[in-house]
Design a protein. Sequence first.
Length: 260
Amino acid sequence: MGLFEPRGMPNIRTPRSTGTDLPENYLLRRLERSDFARIARDLIEVEIDRDGVLYNPGDPVETVYFPCGASVASFVLSLEDGREVDTLVVGQEGAVAGIVNQGRLPAYSRITVWRGGKFVTLEATKLEAAKQRSSAMRELFARYADGLIAQLLQSIACNAAHSIEQRTARWIAVAIERTGQDTLPMTHEQLAGMLGIGRSYASRVLENFKAERILEIRRGALLIRDASALRDKACRCEDGLKRHLHELFAAAESRNDIER
């Protein structure tokens, strides 16, 4: 799991589009003003509760969802043994569904709301029409799609090379950055699903973190007491991913500046 626009990262440029009426979504705020205007009338703001299902496998992908603020969506895959694994989470840095195609194609995974809140929706066909009229918008979404692939590749490498403790610390640390909250609504079972491990392993790591006063375990939630110590426990996978994502968008912005 990674961030395209981590909170507190000093080398991220101010979004090109500014204004109090813009959704709190970094991908939308990266659009040129003229490109945002192409889709502004078609954006619909909705509130979706936690555990809300955006898509089930096989559903036609007709709507793009842009999480805003602390809202987070999750891609969930079901395994043959009945377990469910969260393969990718997306917050205010991006969007889910219909990013690289024209919509209508079937969804592969279940997409649920991990942290409820505000989302902005847009019909996939209308996004595609706007992209066809703007090379800058096409490139922005193409680079975002590249970033999603980078996150998945990094996650595969992390799962293969790092300990459960390192992966747990990384996941929680990134979740804090993504939501801007010190309290994460999560059970041991949900954390195990996020990491693709057994519940007993997740519980053991959390109890160790609790003993070291890094976090508190509450009913259905984790309260982070020492974020710095948590990051020290984590692997460094996120660092390289952040650099790559920053370079992706910085290169796109530089190219657009030259073309203008």
